[in-house]
Design a protein around this ligand. Structure first.
Ligand SMILES: C[S@@+](CC[C@H](N)C(=O)[O-])C[C@H]1O[C@@H](n2cnc3c(N)ncnc32)[C@H](O)[C@@H]1O
Length: 327
């Protein structure tokens, strides 16, 4: 059994050394034993879900392939470091069955598999599933990656020790869909098992616009005002620099989504806290002492209700409180 906390701190070390914040599985010191193993990725076997469709603009956005480099900049590194820290804190120890819903190209799925978890990840974008297969095959961790949709999980009731939803909840603007996704997570998780959900803060586009200065572009402030008013983020012109169709949660409404799905919300935690806004973030992350102090500072206010909305992403951690209804 491998100690995930050890791997998390090794990954933090690696991020400090690399401009591009590589994760632990890219660190040769962690690959040594796995390089001797044969790649053990089981073949994809899931069909695409009937009755669920990913909107075309979301598919087009992800088919550009940008997810693979999301963690290469300072904001991405901070997000990954903090997310790994929270996974190490809230997941049961390995080995355990983890379902990563909306796993993208498999960054966290591979990291968890490397740490000794039995990981299944699903994603509706075929490119992501292929990329997850390729990377796992290259790096060695055994995991399953296949097509799937958060709103209809093809897994039996109470079959998973924990479920991650790092993406689906912010790509489902309709509350009904979000509640369906959370209910499904609750159904497949064993009683008491954690459900970890990443969300985008309602204030993220405003803060990003101020941070990067794009509030000065024509129309930008009106689009930000619409995000703030409705939480529904759109990019009708498919501007390449803008995110695609998404839902930005107000911190105060998250409990309602969870309650409606029969999932008890235990914690609401700022992932990056205010630190993602610093223009010298990369410099701070590259210095181990400064990075540790920055992470410690983020932890000090990670659960402060008046502060969490300033974070780009939030982590909501819940437990299933409904009885299984049948797969
Ligand atoms: C920003 S990416 C995050 C990927 C990965 N979880 C991570 O944190 O690095 C959001 C992911 O959610 C996936 N997604 C979007 N809608 C989904 C849905 N209805 N069900 C499952 N996944 C979905 C996307 O395909 C994409 O891979």
């Amino acid at each position: 059994m491998k100690d995930l906390r050890h791997i998390a701190s090794a990954s933090i070390e690696m991020a400090a050394r690399s401009k591009y914040g590589r994760a632990s599985w890219e660190d040769p010191s962690h690959r040594r034993d796995r390089l001797t193993e044969k790649a053990k990725v089981r073949p994809a076997c899931g069909d695409y879900y009937r009755g669920t469709k990913t909107p075309d603009e979301i598919t087009e956005y992800y088919l550009r392939g940008g997810e693979q480099t999301r963690f290469h900049n300072a904001q991405g590194q901070l997000e990954a470091l903090r997310t790994q820290e929270l996974l190490a804190r809230f997941l049961p120890p390995p080995p355990a069955d983890i379902l990563d819903v909306g796993g993208g190209p498999g960054y966290y799925a591979r990291w968890l598999a490397t740490g000794g978890y039995r990981v299944t990840m699903i994603d509706p974008i075929p490119l992501h599933v292929e990329q997850a297969h390729e990377a796992a095959g290259r790096e060695g961790p055994e995991m399953i990656a296949r097509l799937g949709d958060a709103r209809r999980l093809e897994f039996p009731d109470r079959s998973m020790d924990a479920v991650l939803e790092f993406g689906p909840l912010y790509h489902l603007p309709a509350q009904e869909d979000r509640v369906r996704a959370l209910s499904e997570a609750g159904r497949v998780t064993k009683p008491g098992g954690p459900i970890l959900v990443a969300l985008i803060s309602r204030f993220a586009s405003l803060l990003d616009g101020l941070r990067l200065g794009f509030i000065d572009r024509p129309g930008a402030l009106a689009a930000i005002a619409a995000d703030l008013r409705t939480g529904e983020h759109r990019n009708p012109d498919r501007h390449p620099a803008m995110f695609t169709t998404a839902y930005f949660h107000h911190p105060d409404e998250i409990a309602n989504d969870f309650e409606s799905a029969g999932v008890t919300l235990d914690h609401l935690i700022a992932i990056e806290g205010p630190a993602w806004l610093f223009s010298d973030l990369q410099v701070r992350l590259d210095d181990p002492d400064r990075r540790n102090r920055l992470l410690e500072a983020v932890r000090l206010v990670e659960a402060e209700p008046r502060m969490v909305g300033v974070s780009a992403h939030l982590m909501a951690i819940g437990r299933s409180s409904v009885r299984a209804t049948g797969a």
